[in-house]
Design a protein around this ligand. Structure first.
Ligand code: BES
Ligand code: MN
Ligand code: ZN
Length: 492
């Protein structure tokens, strides 16, 4: 599929499907749209009246224009109210329009949407992202992928001439989001610590990233007892992956992104029971997926910022080698942890990853993790939790997420709750009481960061969606990639 901007005026455009955005409470046709409607013998106005189209966010409708017309089909998409329009409404409207155009068998489509907040570059980028992400279909595991269905071949964005670079950037970002989706959606017998390391190798080779993979013995030498404790019951070797993007010339900033990379989480000896969603635990590497997806995007966009991408990846399994509940592990900063629940494994892998990353001397660290069911209880499935010791990073991530259309909400670092993690015998336990479970998880991570500005995103909810929504199909969302790219690019 080819996405491009065009300077063809609306009234002169011809093709299979024209996607037009309309605001709620403002569906009357004026200006160019009124003139176009006249050219199309009043088809648009008829459609609006016939289906009582109201311009509501997410709504769409399509109709055939009389034969002989330059435009074969008109596709209307609702934008919601004009005064509350967000950039993500544009991304979603483009996605909804593209989906309907595909269903209507259009091959060449035009997209006519308003420019958000006088920002044509962001608008063009969002439209292109929305379309690419909406049309992506994961057929890797189907024996008969239905490739026979007709596909959109060309997309032209009207009214955005000159925004070619924004389309290229959207393509780079989408490729990262799609990599993250594919990694998360693939089951645990396909995406393993070994294949994640291979994916990192491919990224390093194709995009010229630096790559370091620490094997079990390397991690032992560094004293990563927390990470290796989690890994010890798996038949697969753990892999500690560290990719580096370095700009030509002096980096303006040096940043690090860490992703939880549990390719499967059985719970360990505190095994996940019925109704726990154990069959979804292939998604427990969603943080690693976002991290590698961001690496893929950033390596192509080439900002003047150095970025380290890190994941300590393994499985949480059971065997005669498994950690016993009650075992004491020593992390690479020397802190000792009494394992009172083997299912709180993500924080153990992240502990050693945080210690390793801080030694790189970066300016800021962000980690992403499908860390707690408690965060899903608190914020639901669409919103990630954000914890930070640093108001500046928290603010940067909030703005980055807003433009990305990835919802996140700042949560408290309530130090007092760490009392619930006190151990009689070790420096701390790995879990506290049930109330505030996502907060104590964040407080646990904080024990492994000394002074580098740091933020933690709990993405257990938004890593996956059961139903199609805008540019996200049902399944893995690739959550975090767009926010991370925005954060890296904006970081002052
Ligand atoms: N990977 C899970 C968290 C999770 C739960 C992600 C549901 C996605 C959906 C994590 O390792 C875990 O098991 N957390 C426990 C922590 C508890 C033992 C303190 C949880 O949330 O129940
Ligand atoms: Mn777990
Ligand atoms: Zn887990």
């Amino acid at each position: 599929m080819d996405v491009r901007v065009t300077d063809t005026p609306l009234l002169q455009w011809s093709g299979d499907g024209l996607v037009i955005g309309l605001f709620e409470e403002h569906v009357e046709l004026t200006g160019d749209l009124a003139a176009l409607d006249k050219n199309l013998s009043g088809t648009i106005q008829e459609l609006i009246s016939e289906v009582e189209f109201k311009g509501k966010e997410g709504s769409s409708t399509a109709t055939r224009v009389g034969s002989g017309s330059a435009v074969r089909k008109v596709i209307l998409v609702g934008l919601g109210k004009a005064d509350t329009l967000k950039l993500d409404n544009i991304r979603r409207a483009a996605a909804v329009g593209a989906r309907l155009a595909k269903k209507e068998k259009c091959k060449r489509i035009g997209v006519f949407l308003p420019t958000w907040s006088n920002a044509p570059t962001l608008t063009a980028q969002a439209i292109a992202e929305g379309i690419e992400l909406a049309l992506y279909q994961d057929n890797r595991f189907k024996s008969d992928p239905d490739e026979k269905t007709s596909q959109i071949e060309q997309v032209e964005l009207l009214g955005l001439a000159g925004q070619d670079a924004a389309i290229v950037r959207a393509h780079h970002i989408s490729s990262g989001v799609i990599l993250a989706r594919e990694l998360v959606a693939a089951p645990a017998n396909v995406v393993t610590p070994i294949t994640l390391a291979e994916t990192a190798e491919t990224l390093a080779r194709e995009y010229g990233l630096g790559l370091e993979i620490l094997e079990r013995e390397d991690c032992e030498k560094l004293g990563m007892g927390a990470f290796l404790g989690v890994a010890q019951a798996s038949d697969l070797p753990p892999k500690f992956i560290h990719l580096t993007y370095k700009p030509d010339g002096n980096p303006r900033r040096r940043l690090a992104i860490i992703g939880k990379g549990l390719t499967f989480d059985s719970g360990g000896l505190n095994i996940k029971g019925a109704g726990s969603g154990i069959e979804m635990m292939k998604t427990d590497m969603g943080g690693a997926g976002a991290t590698l997806g961001a690496a893929k995007a950033i390596a192509q966009i080439k900002p003047d910022v150095e970025v380290h991408f890190i994941t300590a990846t393994t499985e949480n399994m059971i065997s005669g080698h498994a950690i016993h509940p009650g075992d004491i592990l020593t992390a690479s900063n020397g802190k000792t942890i009494e394992i009172n629940n083997t299912d709180a494994e993500g924080r153990l892998t992240l502990a050693d990853a945080l210690v390793f990353t801080e030694k790189l001397g970066v300016d800021a660290i962000v980690d992403l993790a499908t860390l707690t069911g408690a965060c899903v209880v608190a914020l639901g499935e669409d919103i990630a939790g954000l914890w930070s010791t640093d108001d500046t990073i928290a603010q940067q991530l909030t703005e980055a997420g807003e433009l990305a259309g990835e919802k996140l909400w700042r949560m408290p670092m309530e130090e007092k709750y760490f009392e619930g993690m006190k151990s009689l015998i070790a420096d701390m336990k790995n879990t506290g009481p049930r109330p505030g479970g996502s907060i104590t998880a964040a407080l646990f991570l904080k024990q492994f960061v000394k002074e580098t500005p740091w933020a933690h995103l709990d993405i257990a909810g938004p890593v996956w969606t059961d139903k199609e929504n805008g540019y996200n199909g049902a399944g893995a969302t690739g959550y975090g990639v767009r926010t991370l790219v925005n954060w890296v690019m904006s970081n002052p």
